[in-house]
Design a protein around this ligand. Sequence first.
Ligand SMILES: C[S@@+](CC[C@H](N)C(=O)[O-])C[C@H]1O[C@@H](n2cnc3c(N)ncnc32)[C@H](O)[C@@H]1O
Length: 425
Amino acid sequence: MTGKPQKPGLAARSAAMRLLNGVTADGRLLSELIGAGALAALPPEDRARAQRLATATLRHLEKADRALKPFLRKAPPPEIRNILRLGLVEICEEGAASHAVVDACVEIANRGRRTRPAKGLVNAVLRKADPEAWRTRPPARLPRWLRDPLVAAYGKRGVAAMEAAHAAGAPLDLTAKGDPALLAQKLGGTLLPTGSVRLTDPGQVSTLPGFVEGEWWVQDAAAALPARILAPATGEKVIDLCAAPGGKTLQLAAAGADVLAVDKSADRLTRLTENLARTGLSARILTADALEVTETAPAILLDAPCSATGTIRRHPDLPYAKDGSDFAGLIALQAQLIDHAVTLLDPGGRLVFCTCSLLPDEGEVQIEEALARHPALRADRDALTLPGIYPNWITEEGGLRLRPDRAPMEGGWDGFYIACLRRTD
Ligand SMILES: C[S@@+](CC[C@H](N)C(=O)[O-])C[C@H]1O[C@@H](n2cnc3c(N)ncnc32)[C@H](O)[C@@H]1O
């Protein structure tokens, strides 16, 4: 071995910095960066630590920028700003020992040609980190490109409440293959009124009892609702048009439906196949563009590709990796998929449309326009009446609006929009 031994925690912090730069400078999602091997060279504990640090920094990014502003005469270059953000969040939010974080951040700055000149600044600023003052600051605001349309839809107070929910993060929700009450008991979790099992401090998911045996799968409580709303009868044929990686397919199969799971991504369908194998459930799988499906069914689920803005509390990188420029294409595709799904519905059949989005263009507006285009469809409000769902969450056009700040139970849920459309001709 040559060279000085690495300071403890430095490898994880350096990797977290690379993740942070990849999101904020290159517009890549954490999942893409990690999937492409960004953490592959690290031992498992450093990998977990790097991911946790990068995620925490992104979750509190705008709050960190506001806290740093008084100490900076001018905006620092992006890489230095990210070192400051990371250090501040680790001290103030993660409760790490200040001197260790300052030393590590100075060392990280010292290692880069472009960041070296700023190591004195990093040292001086991070020494002033004040966890007490941090606690009194409001949560991170969303970037303007996303905040503006959300304020237009939900008002400033609504968006501030969502931002508080994003800052709080998310618990782990599971869907049981069998009896959820028994699963809640077995894992010491809480059974939510909607039927999901919630764990607040789960540790590593794959080591929880029943994972290997396929007794449950990870699925946010909001994401578990579309299949419950579709409520297939035993043996009923259901087409799941955008199915992978398969959380909803598993629910439909567990309910005894005869499921055709369609997705155009072969890679994502591999995960669906693995999930079916682990849980011992079955579905027919079709790798295809949903727009080319010709089979018909009395029940169709369309979990359309969308902005995923409802999942920010789990994926705080999203507001920084994206800028909304690809959303118009997604919104147009959603409308096309709805129109095609309607042609596959048997007379009297039902189509459940959903998106994990907070944007009305991918929910309320989409369904309002679909109802105008298809006079034979009606929105089935009764299908949305489930335990744990408040009547005032039902929207004017007859859909269900779920928001991260809107939940009676401890811990909130993801943002989602769900509507059940029935063919009346
Ligand atoms: C929101 S995800 C589905 C999540 C899934 N329903 C679940 O519960 O695990 C959207 C899916 O739509 C798929 N997709 C996008 N465009 C498609 C198309 N034209 N035809 C079929 N699948 C499509 C994507 O590959 C992605 O897997």
